[in-house]
Design a protein around this ligand. Structure first.
Ligand code: ADP
Ligand code: MG
Length: 618
């Protein structure tokens, strides 16, 4: 029987290996930047075109390569960084596998220029899909330039797999930021399609963070400093009141290498225990220095995970030092995070001494004689309610029996006298209820067949969502002009998203006076947004877009409408006036799809009189 096993030719093996090293343009950015850092460059330029799909170029002023090395660097397992396996445990470089350049050259067009300081002339090599196309002697400055063009030109399937430019560009920014933050002493510049996106002169760690994430970052940071036998920790964490909804700005560096660690992240969250609002994420930029022989960075092919010898000690030290910093800078006991003044009053009312809520009841009132609440009940389930005396007496009975109101902790009604004055003076006189709010969460309202119980938050989300969507699709959102335009700062990544969404945002009623790489000036806002809510709305939106901007304008509008509805909807825990309750219920049933929130959760349930009868029959 004939034998069938063959060794794969190098270019095939390289292409296969490339699958692991190069997933997307951002992987090329990472490898080239790290090589430049390893070559001791002090000035590194990153130039990309079309989110790296057309070009990724890194120019450094580092050590450069000899003619022989220039040729050898494209071979697989060709590295100057380790000689033997033990070297892995005294590693001071980013690279060590010697497979990045071989992999990249297997799946792209590479134009490399390199010159060592002491040489007169340098070398230029062009490789396309692992084939050496040319090698020439050239007059060059000191250092190395790698231009990687047409990524995946010979693997169309991989090329087709790439995401939109926005998504790929964000991955590149992520990689760039990681390297730039790890090396504040190196001058980094970054150009995308000819515009300068980052210009980061050598600076302190804190200044570098601020330069990467815009000026407003500075006031957020609290320094962390701890030196122990097994680790030195330096860096910054954010004050709890600046915690964000997204996990964007969280960075661990171990020996100047960006790493991910769920375990250490947990240590940080533990340090913030009790001082963050639900789901909020602190920013952190932490630089850990450990003896190289106490970590194993070899457990993950893309090298963002590492293993520590003594993880438990690391956890404890990290948590303690962050707790200490937060305490020292007096930022720990901050309890009120995002109180909106609009929402404040009902809570403070709660603390008022001895003021037992009183309810004014119009005993002669028949809730079913007033049909204004019914005119929007257009859903098929809803018919115009008809008088049902048992309902009337049930309501009235409840209201008259004081113990239900003040005595029962799990069944309390807000008096309209109080809530009315909180929100709207005109409501004070209103004594007629077609809707009741219970537990500041649900609104109960009678309907012909029984009653409907509406979840106020979800219902309001639905109402706002449809409003925004209508405004956006008919392009006639009304906008309120601001007397003093708002100047809001965002990181480069966030600004990029805002730019991409600008048109859709304008359709909701935003007016942008100016957008630069790190801030926007907003001179008009949608009518249903207040000035103090603007940054909340935008921040929520950016956090909702973590996974990329939808390609079609329809789904962009949808995402924006959902996100704004989520930010602006009245929350569980907010007391509503009767008028507000009625408006909400009416608004909900005027919606095209009143049954579910924009996030597909039920907005209301109904309970028929028969259901109640059954319960009472027991
Ligand atoms: P690794 O970084 O794991 O060693 P690479 O394939 O990334 O493997 O690079 C191979 C070798 O090419 C490196 O070990 C280094 O000697 C050389 N090299 C790569 N990029 C540069 C650069 N920008 N300047 C100088 N030498 C470089
Ligand atoms: Mg490398």
């Amino acid at each position: 029987m004939s034998s069938i096993i063959q060794l794969l030719p190098d270019h095939v093996a390289n292409q296969i290996a490339a699958g692991e090293v190069v997933q997307r343009p951002a992987s090329v950015v990472k490898e080239l930047l790290e090589n430049a850092v390893d070559a001791k460059a002090t000035d590194i330029k990153l130039i990309i075109k079309d989110a790296g799909k057309a070009l990724v170029q890194v120019i450094d002023n580092g050590l450069g390569m000899s003619v022989t090395d220039a040729r050898l660097c494209f071979e697989r397992h060709a590295t100057s960084k380790i000689r033997k396996a033990e070297d892995l445990f005294s590693l001071h470089t980013k690279g060590f596998r010697g497979e990045a350049l071989a992999s990249i050259a297997a799946i792209a067009h590479v134009d490399m220029k390199t010159k060592q300081d002491q040489e007169e002339l340098g070398t230029q090599i062009i490789v396309e899909g692992s084939k050496f196309v040319s090698q020439e002697v050239a007059v060059l400055p000191k250092g190395t330039s790698f231009a990687v063009k047409n990524l995946f030109f010979n693997i169309p399937a991989r090329r087709n797999f790439l995401k939109s430019d926005t998504v790929e560009y964000r991955h590149i920014i992520d990689e760039f930021q990681r390297v730039a933050l790890a090396h504040p002493n190196i001058y980094f510049t970054f150009f995308h399609n000819g515009s300068e996106m980052f210009n980061l002169p050598p600076s302190s760690m804190r200044q570098r963070i601020v330069n990467v994430f815009s000026g407003k970052t500075n006031e957020k940071l609290v320094p962390v400093q701890e030196e122990t036998e097994i680790v030195t920790i330096q860096g910054f964490v954010s004050k709890p009141e600046f915690a964000k909804k997204s996990r964007g700005e969280q960075f661990f560096f171990v020996n100047d290498r960006f790493i991910k660690s769920g375990y250490l992240h947990h240590a940080i969250m533990a340090a913030y225990d009790g001082i963050l609002r639900d789901g909020a994420q602190p920013s952190y930029f932490l630089y850990l220095t450990v003896p190289p022989n106490t970590i194993d960075i070899n457990i993950h092919p893309t090298k963002t995970e590492i293993k520590f010898d003594d993880e438990h000690a690391m956890y404890a030290i990290l948590r303690a030092s962050i707790k200490h910093s937060l305490g020292q800078f007096n930022v720990a006991p901050v309890l009120d995070f995002d109180r909106d003044s609009n929402l404040d009053t009902p809570y403070s009312y709660k603390n008022l001494e001895g003021a037992t809520p009183t309810i004014q009841v119009d005993g002669s009132f028949n809730p079913f004689s007033d049909d204004k609440i019914n005119k929007h009940y257009s859903g098929s389930n809803y018919k115009k309610p008809e008088p049902t005396s048992s309902w009337e007496s049930l309501y009235v009975g409840l209201k008259q029996e004081g113990e239900f109101i003040s005595g029962s902790s799990d069944f309390s009604f807000e008096s309209e006298e109080v809530t009315g004055s909180l929100f709207n003076e005109e409501e004070v006189e209103q004594t007629v209820n077609n809707a009741y709010q219970i537990h500041k969460k649900y609104i109960v309202s009678p309907i012909k067949s029984g009653m409907v119980i509406v979840d106020q938050q979800r219902a309001h989300q639905r109402v706002l969502y449809e409003q925004f969507l209508t405004n956006m699709t008919v392009n006639q959102a009304s906008s309120q002009q601001l007397l003093f335009p708002l100047d809001l700062f965002f990181s480069a990544t966030e600004m990029e998203l805002i730019q991409d969404l600008k048109l859709s945002l304008v359709n909701t009623g935003f007016v942008f006076e100016e957008t630069t790489t790190d801030h926007v000036v907003i001179s008009g806002i949608p009518v249903n947004v207040t000035e103090s809510e603007v940054s909340l709305v935008l921040e929520q939106l950016l956090s909702d877009l973590q996974d990329g901007i939808p390609d079609s304008s329809f789904s962009q509008n949808d995402t924006i409408a959902k996100s704004m509805a989520k930010s602006l909807a009245v929350k569980t825990g907010t007391a509503l006036t009767v008028k507000e309750q009625e408006n909400l219920v009416n608004g909900l049933f005027a919606c095209k799809d009143p049954n579910v929130s924009p996030f597909q959760k039920p907005t209301f349930i109904t309970m028929r009189v028969e259901d109640l009868d059954k319960k009472f029959a027991l």
